[in-house]
Design a protein around this ligand. Structure first.
Ligand code: CP
Length: 364
């Protein structure tokens, strides 16, 4: 395909089209793209911006980024090389499988370039170098930084020296905002009506959390983003080993949102009521990991509501049994696979590279 040829949005890329029975990429993204143009003015708000926490996003932006990601998942645009000439730095001072690799895949598939610190101990940090100084170096070496770090205040320290956009890929027990975008992208593909401002036919969701959001940054960011969709949420049930699972970052926003919620440690009494279950068992305490809430386990014989979906940021321990992988409840593969496209949507918006995309795609 040449730059002058137009590309129909319904031309599904063969490499992305899964077999009919594949659990990996269900549901298909086309339902979320929708007939209306994706609002370019909303996506352009992200040009040159950093993304450190969910509070930087509003519902309209999450929906626009998700619809744009669904478009990118539905068509083949790599030939247009829309990130050509842009260099992304992935700086990981804490272990990662999905986040670093999906960001790098997202950039490389659109012809961006990547330089990577997969293990922060190989940098000058080992000799005592400050993050402020590393930030100053990043200005010269790249166009955007994606950082993960064990310490919650690491973002502010890096930013003291930084003048290029920064994306938070997880900061200690702080937040993981692009994981929340991946989570909600998966949910919006599953139920495109969640993109509406008000629920269709009064269909609201009962959200369940198996975990402790205050100590689990992915769960915290998921819940904070859920509050942007509060009109679609009937109730939130948090099933946790901890009596106060929210912590200070969440307690205020959840009260302010006015969504009914309850905290319990009794999983059996609530499981069969839940439409969406978000689970995790790796908590971040101080600067180390700890298994928490791992007694709340799900498998194919669990008493799940028909049609209910399970999300998990992964990595999983034994709380999420592999027997669930081949069931209708598995939305976690969709969540993990879709991460590439939501991150592509974010890159194209941050770099304002819409002019490099083919004509005739529904951006308006
Ligand atoms: N979801 C997530 O943050 O996974 P990684 O730790 O593998 O990046």
């Amino acid at each position: 395909m040449t730059m002058n040829e137009t590309l129909h949005p319904n031309r599904v890329a063969e490499r992305l089209e899964p077999p009919e029975d594949s659990m990996h990429l269900r549901p298909r993204p086309a339902g979320l793209v929708g007939p209306e143009p994706i609002p370019l003015a909303v996506l352009r708000r992200y040009a040159g911006r950093s993304l450190l926490r969910v509070a930087a996003l509003d519902r309209e932006e999450v929906v626009a980024l998700s619809r744009f990601a669904a478009l990118l998942e539905s068509i083949e645009i790599s030939e247009y090389r829309p990130l050509s000439g842009k260099l992304v730095i992935t700086a990981f001072f804490e272990a990662s499988t999905r986040t670093r690799l999906s960001f790098e895949s997202a950039a490389l598939r659109l012809d961006g370039r990547v330089i990577s610190i997969p293990d922060g101990t190989t940098t000058g940090v080992r000799k005592g170098e400050a993050l402020e100084d590393i930030g100053e170096m990043f200005n010269a070496y790249g166009d955007l930084v994606i950082m993960r770090h064990t310490e919650t205040d690491s973002l502010e320290r890096l930013q003291r020296g930084l003048r290029i956009p920064l994306i938070n890929a997880g900061n200690g027990s702080g937040e993981h905002p692009t994981q929340a975008l991946s989570d909600w992208y998966a949910l919006l593909k599953w139920r495109p009506d969640l993109a509406l401002e008000t629920p269709r036919d009064g269909r609201k969701l009962h959200l369940g959390i198996l975990g402790t959001p205050g100590s689990m940054r992915a769960v915290k960011s998921f819940l904070l983003m859920a509050l942007l969709f509060r009109e679609h949420i009937e109730r939130i049930t948090v099933i946790s080993e901890m009596a106060d699972p929210f912590g200070e970052d969440l307690q205020g926003p959840i009260e302010l949102a006015g969504v009914p919620y309850e905290v319990t440690n009794d999983v059996q009494s609530h499981l069969s009521e839940l439409d969406v279950i978000y689970m995790n068992s790796i908590a971040f305490l101080g600067d180390s990991y700890r298994a928490l809430d791992s007694r709340y386990k799900l498998d194919a014989s669990s008493d799940l509501k028909p049609g209910a979906v399970v999300l998990h940021p992964l990595a999983r321990l034994d709380e999420l049994d592999r027997s669930l992988d081949a069931t209708e409840h598995n939305l976690y593969w969709t969540q993990a696979h879709g991460a590439v496209f939501i991150r592509q949507a974010l890159f194209l918006s941050t770099f304002n590279r819409f002019g490099r995309l083919p004509e005739n795609i529904p951006l308006g």
